[in-house]
Ligand binder design. Structure first.
Ligand code: NAD
Ligand code: IPM
Ligand code: MN
Length: 354
């Protein structure tokens, strides 16, 4: 029996609702497999934890995460309790940075049965590879002066190392897919970092002659996500551009409640972290209507990453069939609650294994 240790951080808001429910699905999959058990170490790190302890996670928290095979996170942030910059720098971004999760992978694809706001969503299927360690999310900057003279400064930091490894990751991924990489840029002379990004993109592209490449300005690219999403295969983007593009990717799928993500550690020193694209959804806390699919699809990405691709595929099949049968939460136009979706998926998994 192989034992997989997973750090579980439900976090805030609907994270606390969907994460425990989706662990039931993971347990069902482990049961079906028969040769694996998932051992959870669950941490209450959240804004409520902060109010009690004055920190988002204990000082030995990071060391505890390092001892596990993967981190499974719901969402962080409850601005009514703690300002976002405190909770996010203290937990979410802290883990991404200190566990060196330098790449963020975010798939978006047409799912049958989900009503996309696009007139013709026609089976689009792309993955955004987002730089996850620096860029516009640098730690350089701050405020000077106050009152009428106040200035806020944010210095974007683009290192060759991080830019190159992100772009290279995108090319490697495209080799296993349809063979096209689109770079999200803004190189029309306004932003200093982007001509540099383009240069590195071109250098890497030269080493993958079989991959088709293109660069789109971020503003035009956002529009193309709506007008021709089928065109894209792998899209590579800086931290902030990738953040914005992936909420858009979620929206054209039909709901941010279904979009998954993985924060990948490439050097094998620390665990990767799996968390959906959506946040803590303060407006629907406690109603039982949160869509668990984003978290579940994220769990599929974690299973694939851990080498349980068969379980990952089984889970994805159950997700798609459940949606196809109309067992959907309200954000997808259905009337099921979160638990009904989970129960239906578990029922399907049990059927497959018979
Ligand atoms: P959000 O993603 O939490 O919510 C945006 C909208 O989508 C809301 O109307 C919400 O109800 C809806 N929504 C989100 N997930 C849903 C789901 N699973 N099912 C149904 N509806 C869903 O974004 P926001 O309101 O901008 O942010 C709220 C808080 O979450 C903030 O503190 C923000 O910083 C934080 N946040 C955290 C993460 C993360 O931890 N990965 C990501 C995004 C936002
Ligand atoms: C996401 C979120 C985070 C990000 C926030 C909460 C810091 O929006 O994971 O998409 O911008 O990376
Ligand atoms: Mn985001």
């Amino acid at each position: 029996m192989s034992k997989i240790k997973i750090s579980v951080i439900p976090g805030d808001g609907i994270g606390q609702e969907v994460v425990p429910e989706t662990l039931k699905v993971l347990d069902t999959l482990a049961e079906i497999h028969g040769g694996v058990s998932f051992q959870y170490e669950t941490h209450p790190w959240s804004c409520e934890y902060y109010l009690e302890h004055g920190i988002m996670m204990p000082t030995d928290g990071m060391a505890r995460l390092h001892q596990t095979d993967a981190i499974y996170l719901g969402a962080v942030g409850n601005p009514k309790l703690v300002p976002d910059h405190v909770s996010l720098w203290g937990l979410l971004i802290k883990i991404r940075r200190e566990c060196e999760q330098v790449i963020n992978i975010r798939p978006a694809q047409y799912i049958e049965g989900v009503t996309s706001p696009l007139a013709e969503p026609n089976n689009f299927d792309f993955i955004v590879v987002r730089e996850n360690s620096e860029g516009e999310y640098s730690e350089v900057g701050g405020r000077i002066h106050s009152g009428e003279d106040a200035i806020a400064i944010q210095n974007a930091v683009f290192t060759r190392k991080a830019t190159e490894r992100t772009i290279r990751y995108a090319f490697e991924l495209a080799q296993k897919r349809k063979g096209r990489v689109t770079s999200a840029t803004k190189s029309n002379g306004i932003v200093h970092s982007m001509p540099f990004w383009d240069e590195v993109f071109q250098e890497v592209a030269n080493t993958y002659p079989e991959i088709e490449t293109e660069s789109n300005h971020i503003d035009a690219l956002a529009a193309f996500f709506v007008s021709k999403p089928q065109h894209f295969d792998v899209v590579v983007a800086s931290n902030l551009f990738g953040d914005i593009l992936t909420d858009l990717g979620a929206a054209i799928m039909g709901s941010i409640g279904i979009a998954p993500a993985a924060n990948i550690n490439l050097n094998g020193k620390y665990p990767s972290m799996f968390e959906p694209v959506h946040g803590s959804a303060p407006d629907i806390i406690g109603k039982g209507i949160a869509n668990p699919i984003g978290q579940l699809w994220t769990a599929k990405m974690m299973l694939d990453h851990l080498g349980f691709e068969e379980l990952g595929s089984m889970l994805f099949r159950a997700i798609k069939e459940t949606i196809g049968e109309g067992i959907k939460t309200r954000d997808l136009g259905g009337s099921a609650n979160m638990k009904e979706v989970i129960d239906h998926i578990i029922g399907k998994l049990r059927l497959y294994s018979k």
